[in-house]
Every structure is written in C-alpha cells, then in structure tokens.
Design a protein around this ligand. Sequence first.
Ligand code: UT7
Length: 330
Amino acid sequence: MGKIRAAITGIEAYIPEYVLTNDEISTMVDTNDEWIMSRVGIKERHILKEDGLGTSYMGAIAVNKLLESTHTNPDEVQMLICHTVTPDMQFPATANIISDKCGILNAWGFDTNAGCSGFLFTFETVRRFIESGEYKKIVLVCGERMSGIVNYQDRTTCPLFGDGAVAMLIEPTEEEGIGFMDSILHVDGVGRKYLYQTAGGSLYPATEETVKNRLHYIHQDGQPVFKYAVSGMADVSEEMMKKHNLTSDDIAYLVPHQANLRIIAATARRMGLSEDKVLINIEKYGNTAGTSIPLVLWDFKNKFKKGDTLVFSAFGAGFTWGSILYKWAY
Ligand code: UT7
C-alpha cells in the first residue's frame, strides 16, 4: 500500500454575474484603465452586488454544483472547511451556514482565515485529516465577497479586488505520483501594519466613529506589501524547487496568487519558467484573496493532465506566504 495523499477530485465555482469594469471604476475614483492594466493587470472583476447576499450564498452554489458533478451524496461529506476573510457574519462560521444550505448534515467544520495565502494554509490542514486515514470526503470552500469591505472612494485599493467562490472535493489516494506532495508555509507579523481591516473585530467594535471614519474597509500600503510579496513568493517557490530537485522542465504550471502581474512575473522569472507555464486570470477576476488559486485551478482545469506537477504559491495579509507542490490527480 502506498502513502495516503490528499487529492482534489472535483472543483466547481460560482462567479457573480455583475462585471465591474475599469471604466466604471474610473467614474468612482480618479483612475483609468491604463494605470490599472499597466500597474496591476486587472481589466475587470465580478461583484456580488445584491443586498442581503454574502459569501455563503456563493459558496453554497459552488458546493451544490460540486456535489452534483462528483455524484456525491451530502451525507457522505465528513467535513466542510471554508476559507474566507469575508465571512457572512463574525459567527457562526460560514462553513456551518454553507453546510446547512447544502443539506450536509453528517459533517463538522469551521472557517479559516489566512489572508491571500488562505487556500494554501487550509489545503495543508485538510491534507492532514485525509492523511490520517479517517477522512474519505472533505469539502474545501474558498469564497470572498471582497466588495463588501472595499472602500470605493479609495483609488489605491478599490480597483484590486473581486468576488467569487470555489468548492473542491478532497479525497484520499494511494496511487503513486499524484496528490498533495509537500508544503512550505510561513507567517510574519511584520505585515500586520501594512494590510488590514481596522474595525469590526473585538479591538475596534463598530461605533458611529468607526463607520464615519471608514474603518470597516481594507487598508493597504501597497508598496511595502509589494516588496515583501515579490521576495516572499519568489523565495518560497525557489525553495520548493530546490527541496525537490526540480528544474523548470519538471514543472507543468505555476499556479500563483493573483494580486499583481508584476509579482507573478518576478516569481516565474526566479523559477526560470517560460510564460506558457504560468497560469493567469487576474485580468478577468482581480484579486479574490484566498480564492484566487482555486479560481485559477477551476478556470484552467481542462489544461491539466494526470500527474502534472503544479506549484501553488501565494502571499497575503499577516504576512502569510507559502508554496504547495501538487500533482494533478485526474
Ligand atoms: O493580495 C494580498 C497581497 N497584496 C499584494 O500583493 C499587493 C501588493 N501591492 C501592489 O500590487 C501594488 O503596490 C499596488 C497595485 C497596490 C499599487 O501599485 P504601485 O506601483 O505600488 O503604486 P504606488 O502605490 O507606488 O503608487 C504610485 C502612484 C502614486 O502617485 P504619486 O504619489 O506617485 O503621485 C499613487 O497615488 O500611483 C498613484 N495611484 C494611482 N493612480 C491611478 C495609486 N492608485 C492609483 C490608481 N489610479 N488606482
């Protein structure tokens, strides 16, 4: 019997209909398509516009599609974990709300929050349950309604973020050469002063003042985050290659977090990868935080062949960053 590894055996997404273009953003703040495209690489992003809908709305649709396409009975799911920095509410966990909406009644679960590295950190958590041998079907959901915490009066952040949700079925495999191979993950609190949402937690609960001062929105000092992200993502991706004696020829695709084309390009350069090995969809969806790597996997899933070596790399608030070495399983 081979080692038990965690494998993604199904992946589905929900993308909200409304497309917020750079041109529309230019009517809200002093910016333009040329600046956003050349500095970041985003053309448009999808936004969940309707009042009264949150991350669980998108997550539940993605999970229902997943249950259908993988012919999974909700009762078979043993655990559902949701990564989000934009939960429906502070509590209960969005994972519980999604489970309820999807009729997943035999599972337990919880939310995780690791900023834009959230998929990596959560997949690492899920793989430990799978490798224990006790879990056969875990649903991992990544979902964000970033538009709910974006200040559409702040030109330094409002063009960046988009909404969406992705659901993945994770199952054990003992087949050689596929599944979750390795991870390298990091946190460093040096980042907490550059990227945060001030109010709404226990430190600054909502008051008239916090609302008036627009403290319930994302704050980002772009330049320091950019600097750390370039070195963090490139370093950890190169470290993963060295650890496993991989050359650029061994890697089918880099699947990077989609925050900025220039950060992605710097990482790919350090790994010695040609453009055709770097998967990018930032122009269509913007930065969907921890959902961005799953959204790339979903978008490009028809490209992958069983056994393809993929490197997932991300950098986000905290700071959090890391890399996963994964071999596509179907
Ligand atoms: O996903 C989680 C982690 N986050 C990231 O990885 C994001 C990392 N940071 C970045 O991607 C980039 O720093 C940004 C895209 C956020 C900003 O790009 P930048 O090249 O670092 O711009 P900057 O902040 O240095 O600003 C350059 C100029 C400034 O004007 P002055 O001071 O030179 O006159 C800004 O005021 O661009 C101005 N600017 C804008 N101009 C037009 C900032 N935002 C805009 C805008 N439109 N939307």
